[in-house]
Design a protein around this ligand. Structure first.
Ligand code: UTP
Length: 235
């Protein structure tokens, strides 16, 4: 059975508490778990950013704001675990080691952040390495890697195939403060470069995009791999 690690952006899972995609994701992940060994790293989303903004207004330092962000990622992970029911391991691992122990249950493992100064993208890249993943999937609010941030640069171009070095060149220069919102963080890009695990960046607003890519090979995001060859469908 192949192993997949999904970095599930809080911006797509829980853009806000009232408009969340938890039920839709629970359905898709349960079905994927019939075919694959599944790890999910959940982000903080809009609620984390609200907490971080409130923390800053209290002159709380960035590392403590990060800790607050991590707590929100774990809250989101707990929501997803609860929606998955018996398909998921019932606790939120607080380290990569705990995630690997949880995976021995054979169930979907869902975690959030682990340490200040990074994002859940970095957590997922290291987890992919430790779990010997066949693919790392970044399900996010943009539909791939662009030459510049498409939310602020209108003529930014989408790049469908790139090497880890290309990715690193694009990611360098991104912000690193608590709540920063880059398509993928620098630590994650560096880990992807060293581990050679293919990374798929995909529009996560529709969870079925993940199934379409993995099972049918229908893929419209960006694929980062050393060889440039597609690994999809992953069977
Ligand atoms: P993320 O930035 O990973 O969540 O974590 P997100 O909101 O899902 O990001 P998108 O949707 O992919 O863009 C929220 C915040 O939690 C802290 C950081 O402050 C981060 O911005 N965090 C998270 C850490 O400090 N360490 C971690 O390991 C994870």
């Amino acid at each position: 059975m192949k192993t997949i690690v999904i970095s599930l952006g809080g911006s797509v899972l829980v853009p806000s508490l009232e408009s969340n995609n938890i039920a839709a994701y629970a359905g898709v992940l349960s079905r994927l778990a019939d075919r694959f060994r599944v790890f999910v790293v959940v982000g903080g989303g809009g609620e984390a950013r609200r907490y971080i903004t409130a923390a800053r207004s209290l002159a709380i330092d960035e590392a403590t704001a990060d800790e607050i962000g991590i707590l929100v990622t774990r809250l989101n992970a707990t929501m997803l675990i609860s929606a998955l029911g018996t398909a998921a391991y019932p606790a939120v691992p607080t380290s990569h080691y705990e995630a690997l122990v949880a995976a021995a249950s054979g169930r979907i493992v869902v975690m959030g952040g682990v340490t200040p100064g990074q994002t859940t993208d970095a957590v997922s890249a290291v987890l992919a390495e430790r779990a010997g993943a066949d693919i790392l999937i970044n399900a996010t609010s943009v539909d791939g890697i662009y030459s510049a941030d498409p939310r602020t640069v209108p003529d930014a171009e989408k790049i469908s195939r790139l090497t880890p070095e290309d990715l690193l060149a694009i990611v360098q220069g991104g912000r690193m403060d608590a709540g920063a919102n880059n398509v993928i963080d620098l630590v994650a890009a560096k880990v992807v470069q060293r581990n050679n695990i293919p990374l798929m960046v995909i529009d996560g607003k529709n969870p079925e995009n993940i199934t379409a890519a993995l099972v049918d090979g229908t893929f419209t995001g960006s694929l980062i791999s050393r060889t440039g060859e597609s690994v999809l469908p992953l069977e």
